[in-house]
Design a protein. Structure first.
Lengths: 330, 330, 330, 330
């Protein structure tokens, strides 16, 4: 049976997900909801799907699942609404920037027995998946120390920062999720240091642009996260996991895998510098995983609870950065 | 105006090209011709195209171009037929294993003013394109020495070898085309050494499995090609170009870009070991280039003449390997 | 004028320094002091130097400088004694495990106008020096975030741990010095997390074997240090410095720079697994720097104050790890 | 018993060997013969050895071995003379540029039962030795295809070229020796292509600056050698060996093992650009091997016959390059 999917929002990420749905043999893009008529029409024509309002989709009998690609402040309401309407829901992270609101939303989904997958796409990056499989295969033994390096090519506009919830909730949140995924154990202590190094205006907005976080679990396993908003050399996304028997790391992706040798040295191109290009396969992978889970009646690999827990770590990191003291999350 | 394309042959490569056509905004997969009903139906359903016979497609008014994915021994006839029918033609290499037949076919296409693109996909690999751009930008100066390393993961079945035309016409042909593309000058001398090292049966079939070729141009620029049919570590596809000001190289693609460090050392996964996986982007790229060229009324980037010249180099290499002497191609 | 040097202690590091002195054109190994007669004789014969007692060397007119390679608990006394005797002193780190004692020793050296170089050999590693030069040349702009990865191949014997002063004073101390060298600014805040993951006995000894430290400066520049006592893959010694215009990193040294490709993947040998092999050039470099500084009447590049400051950071890290709270060092 | 060694010639390579002898526990630099008084004195003072004439050394009872570092055209005479004088002889390659003269010299050494080691230092490079050990351990199975890349940073002066015997005898000779070492089987067929690409004056001198050679053995194993006199990026020295079970390669040595990432990309320093710096360890290693072989009464690892065979391959390559035809060496 083919899964009939509606996408809410035809922006950048909505378009990416539309393409992913179209290439899924077990799914069909049935409808697009989008206030901008032109954007809606572009999707509808390209994939042969209907244009409908959110209300229509919520009421429709012929829609099995929705992918929410609307602004963050609409997420929690839409998740609750579509979970109640009996649709399987895929929503881009975060559920909500406010932990309490997110918690209520997750609780609602649970109460109505809904299915919610949160879009932490990094778990579906092919290299990161290969890294995780190496850990799961026992090749490096027990995980002891994780190092996540995550640097954006450049800071977002001030207006974005203002509404972002701050670096920990907006940027580090992905690393918190990756950390939880790889640690295999919940974090019990968060320490952090954060600064403003790239643009004083960011300080004026009450945010940071550079941060280091140490996560520690009950068993003493540790994970450090290094974040900056500005890496001139591209979108720096690396994972290193050190264990009792060895270590495994995933390397960065360059714009091309060539090297030019001249009198000046050996030069490789900079890194891919856009998250959607860097994580193309990961975005397709998360939709494939959503379709597979819903089709087979399985629990999605990343749930609302994962989104909540990552948010709690973000809150803890913020407090830790402000006070200098270790904070117990959650 | 959308280019209406028919694909002849729904085998492995036909399926790859169908997907590529489907993702081209300026093209539409209009028809599939395939004797096996199930395979035809699979393509038709997935991409919403018609199932037609080759005769119907040749006669159709609503088909602008064909992509020939049928067995090698049908290529020359089909190219001539569809060129005469006024369709733009994309054909997988080679035109024909016999130089004389290939020459006649190309001549026919020229006589009728047809458009023929030969599928030398490597020219459309993103890394190789970046390498070529580096050369064209003058970064490494005048090209002096090229080293092409091209190793298959394992020898094909004996039956394939029997019909393949031999290693130079079947395998090295791609390297000959890459060499011509990068040299920017015609080859005037071919030297070669070839052996059977992996399987004595290959010798019994009159073929080789291991070969080195030196191509030299009038200006003294040289290119070496190293081929083997068996590389346990995967599909080894590298290019190195040395010039007066520097050098540029393209690296191999591994199954995942991770590295595992243990007491035994630092281990990266083997290379991708299937040409269609290794050249996924290249196959999509060549179809995109075909669609672009035909849509814009431009000459395709790889023509029948390129296919012919590569075949002449293969013939010369075979003679050079047999005699040990330098051979002038063509 | 040739610098006449005496080495105190003919153990492992004493032998390394003897070789370094012998290859310095501006220096001569004049004497060795060593209680074990055989070890003393080996040095004396190989380099043609005299065997003398520490007392004799302190009283000698024909000795310009001493290199102290005796056990840690003798360092402070010997430094003071030879500084008072008017000899230039090179001493392996640390001055003393106790900050107060180290402080008194440094003060004494200053009072008598002595010359003291502390052996932080990593500053003299050729790759780390090239990295530092890149920073100093302004290539990466203002330093913002430093990542030091420093992993021992295996934990030392329990008896060593017992006398070591703990992981921060014994192992991280080198990273503290490297951090100070690269930050170009004093550290004002230390955060740390430490665990015992490799051997419960280490906990029983009151020590840790795995630690992450965040150092922050007044300007908000940050440095993370990742330490473990056990890396099965060798002696992992990496530096990454991220700045406003770019980043620079130094790679690890493998046992051989070869790569073996098989069906199992691409394998490079493990890392060098002994600090003296890994830092061979660095040990020679620090002696060369000592000889150069003393010969030219310049202040040595690493002084007692550097040793003291690194020790203060170690104390701060220990307190930070115990409490979870940020600590102001010094 | 300590081996008493005399060095003939205090030029660049003589100085390198003097240092190597000095660091050998089983050897002692006893004498230097050098017509330039200052150069002789420098060696004598630094290593505490005597200055003697060649005649004196040949007649001396207290000299066990000589290291010949004089101009090429004196090699054959000196080898014969010192072999007759009963000294073990180490001589830098080549024995002579003329095959017939070299053959007579080797024959003389054999007649008098002399010991001669030819200085093919690359066999003693630590990475190349690790590569060879990998082959010998059977890890890559039977050797099938070897690729030697050997590029000089820049052409030597015209005057040097004039006396060099040409690129094959002067530069490729090292690769011929490495090829023989790794092939484990004699070469039965030589093919070559050579051009002048960097400097027309080199053509006027009757030489080439760019060459590719294919060596083939009786069993069909092949080796390609790629040479150029000018690589702007440094001294490019790589080996790749492909076998039935895998492959092994040795990487280049950069001026520092750092990488700088900026908006322009990821830059590593150029390669070491001087053969003595690149092969520092190899030069020390060949002297160590000579001392070990003579001390233990073993046959040296590289003999006059090796030098002769490499020269025969050079002659064959020259003829092959001139005619375009395969040549049987020897």
């Amino acid at each position: 049976m083919t899964l009939r999917i509606a996408i809410l929002g035809a922006g950048r990420i909505g378009q990416v997900h539309a393409r992913a749905v179209a290439s899924e043999p077990r799914a069909r893009l049935a409808a697009i909801a989008e206030p901008a008529p032109e954007a809606a029409r572009a999707i509808a024509e390209r994939y042969g799907c209907a244009i409908r309002s959110i209300d229509e989709i919520a009421a429709a009998d012929d829609i099995d699942a929705v992918i929410i690609c609307t602004p963050t402040d609409t997420h929690a309401d839409l998740i609750e609404r579509f979970a109640r309407a009996g649709k399987a829901v895929f929503c881009e992270k975060p559920v909500d920037l406010d932990v309490a609101r997110a918690r209520r939303c997750i609780a609602t989904v649970d109460e109505v027995g809904g299915t919610l997958m949160l879009g932490f796409q990094r778990r579906f990056d092919p290299d990161f998946m290969a890294l995780k499989q190496t850990i799961d295969a026992g090749t490096i033994g027990k995980v002891e120390m994780i190092t996540l390096t995550s640097r954006d090519p450049g800071p977002p506009p001030h207006d974005y920062i203002r509404r972002s919830g701050g670096i920990f909730r907006d940027m580090t949140i992905h690393d918190f999720d990756v950390a939880r995924w790889l640690l295999g154990e919940e974090v019990t202590r968060v320490q952090a240091s954060a600064s403003v190094l790239t643009d004083p205006e960011i300080a004026a907005l009450g945010d940071y642009d550079s941060a280091n976080v140490i996560l520690t679990t009950a068993s003493g396993t540790q994970c450090t996260i290094t974040n900056t908003r500005r890496a001139t050399y591209g979108y720096d996304q690396r994972i290193e996991v050190h264990g009792s028997l060895g270590a495994v790391s995933a390397r960065n992706q360059h714009r091309a895998e060539i090297e030019v040798a001249t009198a000046g040295g050996y030069l490789r191109p900079p890194l891919l510098d856009f998250f959607m290009t860097r994580y193309t396969a990961a975005y397709a992978g998360e939709i494939a995983a959503f379709v597979a889970a819903v089709s087979e009646g399985r629990r999605p690999p990343t749930t609302g609870a994962d989104g909540l827990r990552a948010l709690e770590l973000a809150e803890a990191a913020l407090e830790a950065a402000r006070t200098g003291n270790a904070v117990t999350p959650g």
